[in-house]
Structure formats: structure tokens, C-alpha cells
Write a protein that binds this ligand. Structure first.
Ligand SMILES: Nc1ncnc2[nH]cnc12
Ligand SMILES: [Zn+2]
Length: 337
């Protein structure tokens, strides 16, 4: 391990853009397929990894939704999240805001309660075992209807005090944020915070819609905002957090080469960028791997990496005093290294 590796691993950080279904490692996929007697279209773990060559978001989503079919019981959701927290703890994550896609499961007949109770039990264990705090982001699938999103929000009603925010994910192109303006307003009226994937494959106008029509508190990805300098200016002035996912961007061909990643440009423009793993089992790395990839490819120094970690805490849905206490841990780590 190099000095920079050690710095990155030990750097206290929050992960703000992580789909728990995207942390399903092929080994666990096989174990759950066996446990639940579910057929999967792969002969081996190597076979699964070989299938993870994507040319765009939809390519990935097709495989990701198929993989989620092995998740059937509360124990499966617990084991999935527990495995993520073990990896996150080893990567210096001390707070995680985890997205889950209830519709991927309820549409297969899995009760909402099984999904969320399994996740919540792993979250309580992560706090006790690793000292990681966490919260949930219920993400609506944007390729489905507004009505289906409203139904999902209704299903979540008994657990609203355990859910920090709603989000919006899945196929971006052709499913603009405006389609979900009413359900986001309903979620806000219930006291939930709001995040949305925007500007991953979709145009800058989808980011504008996420701000104006969804009233998003945070933008997931946001890469294509860089094509519109008036929008960049607005994001900078409002201090909007972007949850950027470098290895995801590479694997989904948002960029051609990691050396072209705009993370340092985002920081130089004054954007509040953070670094996250998105779907680590599919994109070849957890959060520290993402920090390492951009540090190496773009030559980020320790001060820039610490700024990304600070942004992850000030952009989190944490009480201000807790966020500032975490920022102080980043400052102490930087000062000591
Ligand atoms: N990167 C991503 N974009 C949109 N939807 C997703 N679901 C899981 N990962 C996603
Ligand atoms: Zn995502």
C-alpha cells in the first residue's frame, strides 16, 4: 500500500450514492440463488463478471434487475446490506445514505416489509459493529409510471420515520424529472428529503428540472451540468451537492477513459462534488477504489481528496453539528498525514 492508498482508506468519509442492489457481489448472488432455489443464467462467478461489460446505462440496468431476482427474503436483504457495510467500514465510511429500489422487489411479489426490515436490521448491526451511521433513500424507478411511484410511497407509510429521502433512478433518457413532480411534492409534504439522478446520460435540462420541478436537495451524478455554464453557476451559488461516481461513469461510458473524468474540474469550478461507488459489485470498486481511481488518473492531492470527504459530510442529510464534527475528523486526518 502506498502512502496515498493509506490516506484514502483511513480518510473519514460518507457514501451518499450507493444502490444497495448494486452491491450484490456474484458470490452472494450464487449463494442466494442456491438458498432460494432460483435459476440464474450464469455457470460461474467468472461467467457473471464476464457479463459486466456495458456500453450504456440500459445495458447495465437489464443485468442489474435480473441479478436482483435472487433477493427474496428479509434475510437476503439483511445479508446484502451487511456485506456492503463490512466493505464500507474497511473503506473508511462512517456514514452511508443507501438507496433501495422497492419496485424491483414488490413487482416480483416480495412484500415491502421484507425488503425494508432486512435492510434496517443490517443498518442497526452496522452501527453496533462498525460505528457506521446510515439512513435509507427510497428510489422510484423512473421507467415506471407516476402512479406506481405514488403506490410505492403509500407502501412506505409505516416506515417513513426510518426513511430520509426519496430518489429517482433507472433509465434516464425519455423519463424526465417532470414526470415525478407530483410524487416528489407529496414526499416533501411527508417530511422526506429529495434526491434525483440527473445529468448522467440525460441533458443539462434534466438537472434544471430536478431543481425546479422536483425541488431536489441533492443531484445524483450531474456530470452533464458541465455543458451549461449558467447551470454550473446556479449549482455553485446554491451550494448543491453532486454525488459523482467515477468508476460508474467509466463502466457506463459516460466517459471514455478515467483520465478524462471531470472531478477536478468540478472542484475547480466550485461545485460541491462528492465521490461515491453507485453499484460497486457491477462497476469494479467500492468507494475507496473510486477515490483511488480519480486520485491516480487526475493527480488529486491529499487536500483535494479531503475536500471531497468534507463535501460528503456537509452534503449528507445529517444534523449540522454532526456533519461539522465529521468534517473536523477529516481535518484532523489531513493534518496528521
Ligand atoms: N447509475 C445508475 N443510474 C440510474 N439508475 C441506477 N440504478 C442503479 N444504478 C443506477
Ligand atoms: Zn445511481
Amino acid at each position: 500500500m502506498t502512502d496515498l492508498d493509506n490516506f484514502i482508506t483511513g480518510l473519514p468519509k460518507a457514501e451518499l450514492h450507493l444502490h444497495i442492489e448494486g452491491s450484490l457481489e456474484p458470490e452472494l448472488m450464487f449463494a442466494l440463488a442456491r438458498r432460494n432455489d432460483v435459476a440464474i443464467p450464469y455457470a460461474s462467478v467468472e461467467d457473471v463478471r464476464a457479463a459486466y461489460a456495458f456500453s450504456n446505462l440500459q445495458d447495465f440496468l437489464d443485468i442489474y434487475y435480473a441479478g436482483a431476482d435472487v433477493l427474496r427474503t428479509r434475510a437476503d436483504f439483511h445479508d446484502l446490506a451487511a456485506a456492503y457495510f463490512d466493505r464500507a467500514a474497511a473503506d473508511g465510511v462512517i456514514h452511508a445514505e443507501i438507496m433501495f429500489d422497492p419496485q424491483t422487489h414488490t413487482d416480483r411479489g416480495i412484500p415491502f416489509a421484507e425488503v425494508i426490515e432486512g435492510l434496517l436490521s443490517a443498518m442497526a448491526e452496522a452501527e453496533a459493529r462498525h460505528g457506521i451511521s446510515s439512513s435509507l433513500i427510497l428510489s422510484f424507478l423512473r421507467h415506471l409510471s407516476e402512479e406506481a411511484a405514488f403506490d410505492t410511497l403509500t407502501m412506505a407509510e409505516p416506515w417513513l420515520d426510518r426513511i430520509a429521502a426519496v430518489g429517482l433512478d433507472s433509465s434516464e433518457l425519455g423519463h424526465p424529472p417532470e414526470k415525478f413532480a407530483r410524487v416528489f411534492a407529496a414526499a416533501a409534504a411527508k417530511g422526506l428529503r429529495l434526491v434525483a439522478h440527473a445529468g448522467e446520460e440525460g441533458p443539462p435540462d434534466y438537472v434544471v428540472q430536478a431543481l425546479d420541478l422536483l425541488k431536489a436537495d441533492r443531484i445524483d451524478h450531474g456530470n452533464r451540468a458541465l455543458e451549461d455554464m449558467a447551470l454550473v453557476d446556479r449549482l455553485v451559488r446554491s451550494g448543491m451537492t453532486l454525488t459523482v461516481c467515477p468508476l460508474s461513469n467509466l463502466k457506463l461510458c459516460v466517459i471514455d477513459r478515467i483520465e478524462e473524468h471531470p472531478i477536478d474540474r468540478m472542484l475547480a469550478l466550485g461545485l460541491k462534488a462528492t465521490v461515491n461507488s453507485d453499484d460497486p459489485a457491477y462497476f469494479g470498486g467500492y468507494v475507496a477504489d473510486n477515490y483511488r481511481a480519480i486520485a491516480q488518473a487526475r493527480g488529486l492531492d491529499k487536500a483535494a481528496l479531503a475536500q471531497l470527504a468534507r463535501n460528503s459530510f456537509t452534503g449528507a442529510f445529517l444534523p449540522e453539528e454532526v456533519a461539522q464534527a465529521h468534517v473536523a475528523k477529516v481535518d484532523a486526518w489531513l493534518a496528521a498525514h
